[in-house]
Design a protein around this ligand. Structure first.
Ligand SMILES: NC(=O)c1ccc[n+]([C@@H]2O[C@H](COP(=O)([O-])OP(=O)(O)OC[C@H]3O[C@@H](n4cnc5c(N)ncnc54)[C@H](O)[C@@H]3O)[C@@H](O)[C@H]2O)c1
Length: 365
């Protein structure tokens, strides 16, 4: 059990959209703060969606904080391979079995997998109910829990079934990261580095200076890094909640990464590890097309390596890689739509011929 200490909210960043406002609280010991939860729950029912391992550490405190509500708990199996319609169906069945009404609130206590499935269940149950995100991995804290993209995977590709549905709030507590295994933590650093690459050259340079402190989980450095990422994610989603324009830049490295994840059946590489390799390939392609300099592409490679990423560089044959990239949802008119870098700190969408991509892939595969 985690000893309960004083709750401190360090920053609140609000994602204001046309018809909803979603505060993102960043703090320490806030994941089970009764006042905070109560402020975002309207009915008398809640359902916590989590995983056994996470529950061991955090569920008791959360349950206590929710004592005044009908509080049902559902456990999902661990792993990306379980981000499926079957798990979504189980949540639906349980909500119906426990007579949850339209005023119910789902609470996602977990990483991106729990958050994405829970959000999708909330989007669909009785045509949409409220939900709260309590992200417990670094990836979920800096990315997945913010912005209302929800969904599940299909055998033929990642996140192929889903909906946009904003949470009532996001409660981001860095103390829950204490139990996160180092490999998962490092995978989260990939998404942090992504923000430096796509939106903030100064942050990228700051990361180069502070990567050792981040790896050592220095709390102040971590708070600063997470806050910067939340700031960027909110700024991007505010402009394009439905991912038809600028929000696409958040997919930097992801088309390559998704292909790698699909090849490994979501089992060999963690999402962040696949994205890190994807970002490296996208950076090399950006340099090949004379957008960024070769020196910049080397800086990117060095930072990813210093973060402990790029350890697993087992590439599939280039032809398989390309085939899976073609299946990804960012394919239009024979060319592949990709997010590349104009400079470090500025990403843009472009279409690239398969031949150009193939040349970069062949060098690594
Ligand atoms: N919706 C979005 O906008 C968005 C953005 C980025 C990523 N994603 C999705 O997020 C998923 C990846 O998320 P993830 O990396 O958090 O994976 P995950 O949810 O599978 O969590 C990784 C592992 O860490 C464990 N874990 C979680 N919190 C823990 C804690 N505090 N202590 C100990 N163990 C803990 C989990 O049980 C799991 O085994 C992918 O499915 C990806 O598509 C979604």
């Amino acid at each position: 059990l985690v000893a309960w200490k004083k709750s401190v909210i360090h920053t609140t960043t609000t994602l204001d959209l046309a018809n909803q406002s979603c505060p993102i609280y960043l703090g320490t010991n806030i994941y089970a703060a009764t006042k905070l939860l109560r402020a975002h729950i309207v009915g008398h029912q809640v359902m916590v969606v989590t995983q056994e391992k996470i529950a061991e550490w955090y569920l008791d405190s959360l349950r206590k904080a929710l004592a005044e509500y009908q509080c049902d708990i559902i456990f999902l199996p661990e792993g990306e391979q379980y981000k499926t319609l079957l798990q979504w169906q189980k949540i639906m069945d349980y909500l119906l079995e426990k007579n949850h009404e339209r005023a119910t609130t789902l609470i996602a206590l977990g990483g991106g997998v729990v958050g994405d499935i829970t959000g999708f269940a909330a989007a669909c149950y009785q045509r949409g109910v409220n939900y709260i995100q309590i992200p417990t991995t670094l990836i979920a804290q800096v990315d997945a829990a913010i912005g209302g993209k929800t969904g599940v995977n299909h055998a033929s590709g990642k996140n192929m079934i889903g909906a946009f549905h904003q949470p009532q709030c996001v409660i981001t507590d860095i103390t829950v990261l204490d139990t996160l295994p180092q490999r998962e933590y490092i995978a989260g650093l990939a998404e942090i580095i992504k923000y430096g690459l796509i939106a903030d050259a100064k942050f990228f340079a700051w990361l180069e200076q502070h990567i050792a402190a981040l790896l050592a989980r220095d709390k102040n450095v971590l708070l600063q890094a997470i806050h910067t990422c939340i700031h960027h994610k909110v700024a991007i989603v505010k402009q394009d909640a439905h991912d038809i324009g600028i929000r696409n830049i958040l997919n930097f490295g992801h088309t390559f990464g998704h292909a790698l994840e699909t090849i490994g059946s979501y089992e060999s590489l963690l999402h962040g590890e696949a994205v890190a390799i994807g970002m490296l390939l996208a950076a090399k392609l950006s340099a090949r097309l004379n957008w960024i300099t070769v020196t910049d592409s080397e800086r990117i490679e060095q930072l990813l390596c210093a973060a402990g990423l790029l350890q697993t560089l087992e590439f599939p044959p280039a032809a398989d890689f390309l085939r899976l990239m073609r299946q990804d949802k960012k394919v239009l008119g024979g060319k592949l739509n990709l997010i590349l870098l104009k400079t470090i700190g500025q990403a843009f969408k472009t279409s690239v011929t398969e031949q150009e991509i193939g040349l970069v892939l062949e060098k690594y595969c």
